[in-house]
Design a protein around this ligand. Structure first.
Ligand SMILES: Cc1cc2nc3c(=O)[nH]c(=O)nc-3n(C[C@H](O)[C@H](O)[C@H](O)COP(=O)(O)O)c2cc1C
Length: 209
């Protein structure tokens, strides 16, 4: 039975445009695949492990084959739990707002926890880097206040889509599907239309996921 992990990176929930589009996708997906498990997590409700000195010391102790202390071990175990939850899914849906041209800090924190050598990517001198999460699709609903269309003078301001998809690619994702809801700073009428169009497109895309 497939498990779909749905990560929400907006704290707004009801008023979030990325969540509204991703919700439409997940709802349509669930209708088509009623037996699949959907796990929804809002990153703003999660206690992510701090990536502090103990965690880093544990990581380097493991990398260098030395024995970590009990405190370091328990810090690393907390990191492993988040990674296991992430890698245990078969499919992924993400709702991602643009904050200061990039990602909300909670999603960056989550990535800092799950992007780990030996867990989600590997390195060897012969083969270089290789992603370990392969053959799994991800659907991402992005939202941003402004508009950053390809070819426009604002395209280069967008460090949300290129950054997230670069990191996902680094972990092995190749099947990355997206919709972009923009500009969400607009009048109510345009926003309602934008939201409806995004939901329809998301529902369509759920049929091929
Ligand atoms: C802290 C913060 C920073 C933001 N930075 C940007 C930005 O750099 N560029 C932009 O176009 N919109 C920016 N916005 C607007 C959001 O991208 C916009 O409200 C979007 O709809 C957020 O996604 P959501 O509706 O799913 O929460 C920012 C909003 C917040 C709260």
């Amino acid at each position: 039975m497939d498990k779909l992990l749905y990560l929400q990176a907006s704290p707004l929930i009801e008023r979030s445009y990325s969540i509204s589009a991703a919700d439409a996708f997940v709802k349509a997906y669930q209708k088509i695949n009623p037996s699949h498990i959907i796990q929804t997590m809002n990153l703003f409700d999660m206690e992510l492990p701090a990536f502090d000195g103990f965690t880093l010391a544990a990581r380097y102790a493991i990398m260098h084959g030395t024995d970590p202390s009990e405190t370091e071990k328990s810090a690393w175990r907390a990191v492993e739990k988040v990674i296991e939850e992430f890698t245990g899914a078969d499919k992924y849906v993400m709702a991602v707002p643009m904050w200061n041209f990039g990602l909300p800090y909670k999603l960056k924190h989550y990535l800092d926890v799950v992007v780990q050598s030996g867990y989600t990517f590997a390195y060897s001198p012969e083969e270089g880097f290789s992603g370990l999460i392969t053959g799994k699709p991800v659907f991402i609903a992005y939202a941003r206040g402004g508009a950053y269309p390809p070819g426009s003078e604002f395209e280069s301001y967008d460090m949300q889509v290129p950054y997230l998809e670069h990191v996902l690619g680094f972990m092995g994702f190749t099947d990355i599907r997206r919709i972009i809801v923009e500009p969400t700073v607009s009048d109510i009428e345009s926003l309602t239309l934008l939201q409806e169009k995004a939901a329809l497109r998301a529902e369509e895309m759920a049929g091929f996921f």
